[in-house]
Design a protein around this ligand. Structure first.
Ligand code: CP
Ligand code: NVA
Length: 311
């Protein structure tokens, strides 16, 4: 049992391979116990504040239900309803909330907001999505991949689409977990250069490889998993039309998945846009595991919260 008590969970980059695997195994065990009707309640009497500056279905519900199942409670704080919306600083908000609650989750735009919050808070801070990364989703995704294939090391994941927060967390996760990841993006929409550099450094340590290309077929070749995400993330809605043109050859559809292994699995963090980044046949077809990923947000985040917020 690793001791992660008091740690923030703002990026997979901050966690070792051993720690990420430990969280995946904890999540699988919490899932088993929940389904067996014997869920442990290590966070009895504890509270989680959840700040949302963007919309959410999965993150909000899975954190709220997860806290409840662990014996605690969660507060939904939309930015329009708390004083952040009227200009109270992140630092003052963090210091205030730290006097009431045992952990803070935030979904925001700039990643620096998450960092500022974590710096000023005296309780653990969890990143529920920033423009730079989405570590809770990537943890749930690799947990799901592990459940389906029984291992991760040596397997290949192809990420096709926008070099966004999801691409970043998946790259860092794959690098740390000993997987091979190929990322295909249109010119001008590639991943962040610092994330590429840091993921490549981690990949060296763990025998992983990171391939960047603008050819979706090259990325999909022999993949065990094909992952995609929306072309216009939250905050980029005004670029929708421009992006539809730039990404038109990057749809994950029946002709692209032919390049993958015959038992490939299709992954998507959701919400999805059928007919844009993925065809209906692929996302609703037999290879799709998107709702297993969605379910595992609950179990993965319970593992994170139990590890960092426990006494
Ligand atoms: N995948 C994900 O984070 O979904 P929500 O935006 O619904 O929380
Ligand atoms: N990349 C997407 C993920 C949503 C869960 C976004 O940031 O909107």
């Amino acid at each position: 049992q690793l001791d992660l008590k008091g740690r923030d969970f703002v990026a997979l980059a901050d966690y070792t391979q051993e720690e990420i695997y430990a969280l995946i195994h904890d999540a699988i065990e919490l899932k088993r116990l929940q389904k067996a009707g014997t869920p442990p309640q290590p966070l009895k009497g504890k509270s989680l504040a959840m700040i949302f500056e963007k919309s959410s279905t999965r993150t909000r519900v899975s954190f709220e239900v997860g806290m409840f199942q662990l014996g605690g409670t969660a507060l939904f704080l939309s930015k329009n309803d708390i004083q952040i919306g009227r200009g109270e600083t992140i630092s003052d908000t963090a210091q205030t909330l730290s006097r009431y609650v045992d952990g803070i989750m935030i979904r925001t735009f700039a990643h620096s907001t998450v960092i500022d919050l974590a710096r000023s808070a005296t309780v653990p801070v969890i990143n529920g999505l920033s423009d730079l990364n989405h570590p809770c989703q990537a943890l749930a995704d690799y947990m799901t991949a592990y459940e389906k294939k029984g291992k991760l090391e040596g397997l290949k994941i192809a990420y096709i689409g926008d070099g966004n927060n999801m691409a970043h967390s998946l790259m860092m996760g794959a690098a740390k977990l000993g997987m091979h990841i190929a990322v295909a993006t249109p010119e001008g929409y590639g991943p962040d250069s610092d994330v590429i550099k840091q993921s490549k450094e981690q990949a060296e340590l763990y025998g992983s490889t990171i391939t960047l290309t603008s050819d979706p077929q090259e990325a999909a070749a022999d993949a065990d998993f094909i992952y995609t995400d929306v072309w216009a993330s939250m905050g980029f809605e005004s670029e929708q039309e421009k992006r539809e043109k730039a990404f038109k050859n990057f749809q994950v559809n029946e002709s692209l998945v032919k390049y993958a292994k015959s038992d490939y699995l299709f992954m998507h963090c959701l919400p999805a846009h059928r007919g844009e980044e993925v065809s209906e046949g692929v996302i609703d077809g037999p290879h799709s595991i998107v709702f297993d990923e969605a379910e595992n947000r609950l179990h993965a985040q319970k593992a994170i919260m139990a590890a960092i917020m426990r006494d």
